[in-house]
Each structure stands twice: as C-alpha cells, then as structure tokens.
Design a protein around this ligand. Sequence first.
Ligand SMILES: [Zn+2]
Length: 357
Amino acid sequence: MAGRVSGSRGSKRTSTAVNTLDTYFPELNNNNDKEKQANQETTEKRRKVDRSSAKFLPEWKACFPWLEYDQDSKLMSCKWCKKAGNRNSFTSPGCPYLLKDYCTKHARIGDHKAAADARVYAPAFQDVVSNAYCKEEATVKAAMTNIYYMAKKNCPNDHFSDLNWLTIMQGCDELKGLKVDAHTNYEHPNSIHSFQEAMKLVIDEKMVLELQQSEFFAVLTDEMADIAMDKTVIIYLRYLVQGTIKVRFFEVVGLDGTSADDIYNTIVSVLEGKGLKLNKMCAVATDGASVMTGKHKGVTTLLKQDNPFIIRTHCIAHRLALAAAQASHAIPYLTNLERNSTKFTITFTTQPNTNQN
Ligand SMILES: [Zn+2]
C-alpha cells in the first residue's frame, strides 16, 4: 500500500513538472512536433522514390514460394492467400509496391500463416472426414437394411438391438458404429423412428410422383384402433400408372375424434398435404358404418360436397365379412367356434403379461 501511494504521488509530481515546462517554454513542444512532421514527410518521400524505382526480382520467389508476379499489371500476389479466400493486400488486386520488405511483412501476417497451415493440414483433414463419412454411410446402410427387414416381417422395433447383435456376430462390423459410447447408441426407439421416416420419405416421393401423373385416383379408407387403442384412420389409394391400376398403402394417421368431421378433415388434410387435389378423386370406398356412409353428415357425403362426381362404394371386403358373419349364425359349429374364440381372446388380453423374463 505504501509503495502505491508513493508512486501515485511521484507521477503527479512528474506530470506537474511537464505542465510547468510546457507552460514556460511552449516553443520547445512546438519544435518537437515540427521536427516529427518533417521526419515523417522525409520518410514518405523516400518511400515514394523507392516504390517508383522498385522492380520485381524473380529470385524473390525462392524465398517466398507463394509469391506470384503479373508482368502486365505489375502486381505481386500470394497464391496461398488467394486459394484460402483471404482478403488482404496480396490477393485482390495485388500489391503494387515491388519491394522485398512487403513480401517479408506479408509472410508474417496472421491470415497468410493460416493459409500456409491449411495448405499443409487440409489434405490430411479431408482424408479423415472422407473416411469418417464412408464409415458412417456403411453403418447407416446396414442399420437401414435391418430396419427394412423388420418392417417387412412385421417385427416390433424392440428387436432391433438383438438383430444388430446377431448381424455383428455374423461379421457385419459396420453396425458397431451405432454404439457411440457405453451409454449412447443409435438403437433407441427415436433413432429407429428417424430411420423409418427417412425410408418413408423416399417411398412417398416416388408414389406421390406417380399419383400426380395419374389423371384420377380413388380412396379406400377405414377407421380403426391400434394396439394401444389409439384411434386412427388408414388410407389406401388406387391410381393409374401408364394404364395399369396400382393399389398402394398411403398413410395411417391418428384421429382427434371419431366424428365424420374429424375423419373427413384428417383425410383431406393428408391428401392435400401431399399435393393431391380433391377434384382428381373419382371414388371412395368405406365400410357401411353410418359415420362413413351417413346420408347427411357421413364422410362420403362431406367428400361429395367438395367433388360431386365422386362415386361412393360400400367396400366389397367389408360386405363379404358381414355376409359371412350373418350366414355363420345358421351353423352351430361356427357359432360355437366364434364364442370360444371370443372367450379365448378376452382371457389373454385381460391377463397381466407373465412373459417378461
Ligand atoms: Zn499470403
């Protein structure tokens, strides 16, 4: 503390002394300024003379391998900085002062040094990135192959990890890339969902292109509940590809409610979301439920309000199911079978799962 106080006092004294000299001998200060200005002007004049008489010497290139000289424009430039996209006096348009000192100064600036480093390390870095990308691509391909297989065979998503393990045991090391560390991997349900979404996008893209080229299309739809008892609507489309009829699964979507308005809004929103216009819809097939076929507020009635030319069809498969169920009532063996099947189903769906281990 004592030292700082003393120093502070000392600096005050010095400042006071300078102020006093300036006050009493102002010409001293003015003379100093004039002398500095004269020196600067002399240096500048000397530089101008040097610049005007300077010539580029080819041997400088031995010292500065990055140096380029353009005879026509008489400008020096740095090929490394230009390649790195740097903006400085040696890039665009170039340095007009043909002095070696300028080259030496340029070699010391930060962005030139960075360009020199990039020239050395960039190829190695590109190799590392390229290798990592190839490995990642192989891992994603192997994972997608397994997910596609599971989808085709109706396997639940929680088999993915076991299937990967089995595949690795068979020698597919690419799948090891799904494990990032001991606690992180890409076998989580969210990751599986992302892979499935990516595959769906590719399939959808092709189908939507075909649908947009088809002059008309028909909708086959039904409401249902999935295994979690969530309400959904499933949509199939029937359309033409070069004169041939195709029937393709289009979408299964969750429903907010089961009223005709809910189902109608969902179907329209899905179709329009994929760029399909209702004026190209020529037919719709549903089951015989009143929510679908109701004369005043049914889904098909609402669709006909948008396009009066739509043909409504009570799905033949549903009609066959109804006919078969009613016909079976006259056959005691089938009635008995249906009763026992129903009991069997209720027994197993209401029991707790004892197969956890
Ligand atoms: Zn440079």
